[in-house]
Design a protein around this ligand. Structure first.
Ligand code: AQP
Length: 341
C-alpha cells in the first residue's frame, strides 16, 4: 500500500481567479505543508475538462501550461518526492476509465447536477462532454484512490457522485476502488466549517467564475494589486448597516468576510469577533483590499520566477509515475467488468 492520496485539479479554460485560488489551490498548498511525507499529493491540470465549456483551442495548450505554473507560484513544492504534477490528457487511463464508468452512471443523477444545469441553461447545443463532466472527475479521483479532494463548495455534489459511483461498483464487483471521504470529513481535514464559495463582487448571488463575462466582479490572479483593490472597494454590499456573517441576507458582506478569513488564515471565530456588529462597511473593504493586493503582489512575484525547464521536467516525471499508478487501477476495473481475463 502506498501513501494515502490528496488530489485536486483546476480546469485550464481561462486565467484563474481568486475563487479558484481560495477554493482549490490554497487548501492544497496548506494540506501539503501540513501532511508532507505522510500523504501523496496529486495536483493536475484537467485539460480534457477544459473544453466542456467553450475555449479557444488555439491557445488551450499555452493556457494549460500557464495555469500549471500558477500551482508552483502559489507554493506547491516542485522538488518534493511526494508531490505529483501532471496533465490529465497525458494519462490515457483517465479517458478509458470514464468510458467504463459511464455505463454505471445514471442519466437521472447526472441530470440533477447543479453545475450542469447552470452551465447548460439557455444554451441551444449542450454537449455530452458537459453532461459527462462529473464522470470524468470521478475517474480522475478513483484512478489514484484519493481520499481527500480539496475543492470549493460548488464541487460538493460532484464529489458525492464520485463516492456513489465508487460504492456502486464496489458493491457489484468487490472492493476495486478506495472511496473518497465524505464532505464532512473533507471539511474536518481542511479544518473548515464550510466549503469556500467566493461570490462575484458585482453580483454576490453568483459565484466568482472564469467564464462569466463580469470583469469587475472577478479578481483574476493576473490583475494588478491596485486594480484588484479597486474592485474590492466597489464591491456590492447591502443596506442592513451592520456587518454579519449571513449568506442569505448579506451575501456581499459575507463574501468579503470569507475572503478576509481565507487570506489572513484567521479562524472563523476570530473573524466574527473582529467584525460582527461593526457598522462601517468601508473598513471591511479596506482590510480585504489590503489582503488581496498583498497576496497578489507576492504571488505575481513568485510567478515571474517559476522556471519553465524545471516545470517541464516535473511534469514528465510525474506523468510517467502517475500513468503507472493509474494503469494498476484501470487493469483492476477492466478485469472486474470482464474486459480482461
Ligand atoms: N467561486 C468559487 N469559490 C470557491 N471555489 C471555487 N472554485 C471555482 N470557483 C469557485 C474552485 O476552483 C476549482 C477549480 O474549478 P474548475 O475550474 O475546475 O471548475 P469550475 O467550477 O468550472 O470553475 P470556474 O472558475 O467556475 O470556471 P468556469 O467559470 O470556467 O466554469 C474547484 O476546486 C472549484 O471548487
Amino acid at each position: 500500500m502506498g501513501k494515502p492520496v490528496i488530489l485536486t485539479g483546476l480546469r485550464t479554460n481561462a486565467e484563474y481567479h481568486l475563487g479558484n485560488y481560495l477554493g482549490g489551490i490554497l487548501p492544497m498548498v496548506r494540506m501539503q505543508q501540513e501532511h508532507a511525507g505522510v500523504y501523496q499529493v496529486n495536483m493536475f491540470a484537467p485539460d480534457l475538462h477544459s473544453f466542456t465549456t467553450e475555449v479557444d483551442h488555439d491557445t488551450l495548450y499555452t493556457q494549460t501550461m500557464k495555469n500549471i505554473a500558477v500551482f508552483v507560484a502559489a507554493g506547491m513544492p516542485i522538488d518534493s518526492q511526494d508531490f505529483y504534477l501532471y496533465r490529465q490528457s497525458f494519462i490515457p487511463a483517465h479517458s478509458e476509465l470514464t468510458v467504463i464508468l459511464n455505463n454505471f452512471a445514471y442519466f437521472g443523477e447526472l441530470s440533477r447536477m447543479t453545475q450542469f444545469k447552470d452551465k447548460s441553461e439557455g444554451k441551444s447545443n449542450v454537449t455530452a462532454g458537459l453532461f459527462d463532466y462529473p464522470v470524468l472527475m470521478a475517474a480522475d479521483i478513483l484512478l489514484y484512490g484519493a481520499s481527500y479532494i480539496p475543492v470549493g463548495d460548488d464541487q460538493k455534489q460532484h464529489l458525492e457522485l464520485t463516492r456513489d459511483l465508487a460504492i456502486r461498483l464496489n458493491n457489484k464487483f468487490g472492493d476495486i476502488f478506495i472511496v473518497p471521504k465524505d464532505w464532512k470529513h473533507q471539511l474536518q481535514f481542511s479544518k473548515r466549517l464550510e466549503g469556500a464559495r467566493i461570490r462575484s463582487l458585482r453580483n454576490p448571488s453568483q459565484k466568482m467564475s472564469k467564464s462569466v463575462s463580469d470583469p469587475t466582479g472577478t479578481i483574476l490572479l493576473t490583475d494588478t494589486p491596485e486594480a484588484a483593490a479597486k474592485k474590492v472597494k466597489s464591491a456590492e454590499t447591502d443596506s442592513v448597516g451592520k456587518i454579519n456573517w449571513d449568506w442569505n441576507n448579506q451575501p456581499g458582506i459575507t463574501n468579503l468576510l470569507q475572503i478576509y478569513e481565507l487570506l489572513t488564515s484567521n479562524s472563523h471565530k476570530e473573524v466574527l469577533a473582529e467584525w460582527t456588529g461593526r457598522e462601517l462597511y468601508g473598513d471591511l473593504k479596506v482590510a480585504v483590499a489590503e489582503q488581496v493586493s498583498a497576496f497578489l503582489s507576492e504571488f505575481q512575484s513568485n510567478l515571474s520566477k517559476v522556471d519553465k525547464n524545471s516545470l517541464q521536467k516535473k511534469l514528465e516525471a510525474s506523468e510517467l509515475e502517475m500513468a503507472n499508478q493509474a494503469n494498476i487501477t484501470l487493469a483492476k476495473v477492466q478485469k472486474a467488468v470482464g474486459l480482461r481475463p
